[in-house]
Design a protein around this ligand. Structure first.
Ligand code: ADP
Ligand code: MG
Length: 301
C-alpha cells in the first residue's frame, strides 16, 4: 500500500517508527508535512497538493496532528476523506478528542466511568461549581491543555476559587474535577487499536507530583489491566469514534475512570515500557481496514 504519515517532523520517534514499521511490512511510506499541504476543494477532482505535486493514489493516511494545529491539520485529513482515502483516525474524531469537555460529555452519554466534572461560564457560579465536584481538594484544567500543563490541584476551597477566577479573568475555558486522590499520582495509558488494547502501561508522577505525565518527569512501566479497565478503554475509544487512541484511566475507589482520550498517542513511552511493536500493529490495522469507502463517522456529537 501507499501510506502517508501526516506529521510536521520526520525525526520524531513516533513518525520514524511508523515509517520504519510500514517499510518492514512492504509498504511505500511517506512522511508529509500537513502544514505544507494545500488543496483544491471541488466537486470534480478534489486533491491535496504537496511540494507542488498532487498526492495521488494514497491508500491510507496516519494523521499525527499536533495539538496546536488541530484546525488546519483536520482540514487536510478531511480533504483526504473527501478523496476516499482511509484514515487511521477520521477528522471528526480528532476534533472531538481535542476538547476535554466535549470528550467527557460524549463518554458520559455512554455511561463510562468519569471523575465528577463541572463546567461553568460565569465566575458568579464558582461556589456552586466547586460544590458539584464535592468540594476541595479538586483539580482545575484548561480545556485544551496537554502534557500536564494547565492542570492544577487546588487543596482548599479558597485556593480553588482564586485559581478559577484567575483563569476566567484571562478568558480561559476550564473544567473543574473531583480529585482522585487514591490514584496516588498514577494513571494507566491504554493503547487501543480497532477494538483491542494492544499495550498498556502505568505512569507514576515524580515524588510530590500528582500529574503522571512523562513530560512532567513521570516514569512508565508495563502493566496488566483488569478486564474492567480493558473494556472501559475500548468503550471509550469507540464512543469517541477513534480507531487508534491512547485512553488514560485513573484507578479510583469507584472503579476505573477515564481522564482523557488522545487521538495521536505517542509511541515512544509505550513501546519502550512494554517492549511491544505498536507501530506495526497500526500498520497491520490499516492493511485490514483501508479498503476504499470505509471512512464513516457515526457519532452525532
Ligand atoms: P493533559 O492533557 O495535560 O495530560 P490530564 O487531564 O491528562 O491533562 O491531566 C494530567 C495528569 O494529572 C494526569 O495524567 C493525572 O496523573 C493527573 N490528574 C488529572 N486529573 C486528575 C484527577 N481528577 N484526579 C487525580 N489526578 C488527576
Ligand atoms: Mg494526559
Amino acid at each position: 500500500m501507499k501510506i502517508a504519515i501526516l506529521s510536521q517532523d520526520s525525526s520524531l520517534y513516533s513518525t520514524r517508527r511508523l515509517k520504519e514499521a510500514g517499510e518492514q511490512l512492504g509498504h511505500e511510506m511517506r512522511v508529509v508535512d500537513y502544514l505544507r499541504c494545500y488543496m483544491n476543494i471541488t466537486a470534480h477532482k478534489p486533491t491535496v497538493v504537496y511540494q507542488g505535486k498532487p498526492l495521488e493514489d494514497c491508500d491510507a493516511i496516519i494523521p499525527r496532528i499536533g495539538a496546536s494545529q488541530t484546525f488546519y491539520g483536520t482540514a487536510v485529513v478531511r480533504q483526504f476523506e473527501v478523496m476516499g482515502v482511509f484514515s487511521a483516525n477520521e477528522s471528526q474524531a480528532i476534533s472531538r478528542s481535542r476538547d476535554k469537555l466535549r470528550c467527557l460529555q460524549i463518554l458520559s452519554r455512554e455511561g463510562i466511568g468519569l471523575p465528577v466534572t463541572g463546567f461553568a461560564h460565569s465566575t458568579k457560579d464558582i461556589d456552586g461549581l466547586i460544590e458539584i465536584v464535592g468540594g476541595a481538594p479538586l483539580v482545575i484544567k484548561l480545556l485544551e491543555g496537554t502534557q500536564g500543563i494547565g492542570v492544577v490541584l487546588a487543596e482548599t476551597h479558597q485556593a480553588a476559587k482564586s485559581v478559577i477566577e484567575a483563569f476566567r479573568g484571562l478568558n480561559a475555558n476550564i473544567l473543574v474535577q473531583e480529585f482522585i486522590k487514591e490514584a496516588g499520582g498514577m494513571d494507566l495509558r491504554c493503547f487501543v487499536i480497532g477494538e483491542k488494547v494492544v499495550a498498556s502501561m502505568k505512569r507514576q508522577g515524580a515524588p510530590g507530583e500528582f500529574r503522571s505525565n512523562l513530560h512532567r518527569g513521570g516514569t512508565a512501566e508495563k502493566i496488566k489491566l483488569t478486564p474492567e479497565e480493558r473494556s472501559t478503554a475500548i468503550r471509550a475509544a469507540k464512543a469517541m469514534g477513534l480507531r487508534v487512541a491512547g485512553v488514560d484511566l485513573l484507578r479510583s475507589n469507584h472503579g476505573p475512570v477515564v481522564m482523557e482520550v488522545n487521538s495521536s498517542p505517542g509511541l515512544e513511552g509505550i513501546e519502550k515500557a512494554t517492549e511491544t511493536n505498536v507501530a506495526s500493529k497500526i500498520i497491520e490495522f490499516l492493511e485490514k481496514n483501508a479498503a476504499k469507502g470505509k471512512n464513516r463517522d457515526r457519532i452525532q456529537y
